[in-house]
Design a protein around this ligand. Sequence first.
Ligand code: SAM
Length: 231
Amino acid sequence: MIEIYRKKAKHYDLISRLYSERPQRLRAVQALGLRAGDTVIDLGCGTGLNFPLIEEVIGADGRIVGVDLSDAMLARARDRIARHGWRNIRLVQADAVDFDFPTGVSGVLSTYALSQMPECAQIIAHGAAALANGGRWVVLDRKIPDAIPSWLARLGTATVRPFAAIDEWITRRPWESIRAAMQEEMSELSWTELSFGSAFLAVGSPGTDNSDALPDKSQLGEPRLTAGRAQ
Ligand SMILES: C[S@@+](CC[C@H](N)C(=O)[O-])C[C@H]1O[C@@H](n2cnc3c(N)ncnc32)[C@H](O)[C@@H]1O
């Protein structure tokens, strides 16, 4: 993974723009229901593309902890932080499964990263334990649309094949493990399929006593599990 992202880091932001990921990212950050002064963990933060969106809400009194395995991606994140002059972001180079989560955080976010982590269920449990009352766990990631044959999925992902272990990912079907682990750990979970089922947004809350105090609670939908489809 470290080698893969040493090759990808330089052009990562450009490719993200080509894939028009920003609206989905924005949606994921909004789903955290953050307020000024909040603390957010961004797991697999990469080059820090979520940071401006989070900073806009939490402001200088909030905190971001960005965790990533890749030295090259974190170097880009460090450049971004320096360019913006942010002083409230800590970067940690670590495998997310070994990361020692602080407790009482307002949100845990992972965009296009958790499905690359084989121990995603364990990581979801660690993240859930780190959340303050009313905090939210938000996962935005890719999946294979339901009901398409695996040969077609392989064809569809051919363009990224040189960079990622796509075959392993298709076979492992990590979105299913993520969904099961979120259901296990969260008392409230909304699951929305995006881009014709090629991505999903999962928003979970452990559903503790003061969750009503959070803004935009309606985004979480019905208790236990709701599912939706959006473009
Ligand atoms: C596709 S990039 C997504 C980056 C960023 N979240 C974004 O939305 O642009 C996936 C990131 O996950 C990181 N990653 C993969 N496996 C990881 C692991 N086990 N622990 C921490 N980071 C990991 C990679 O290094 C890479 O930066």
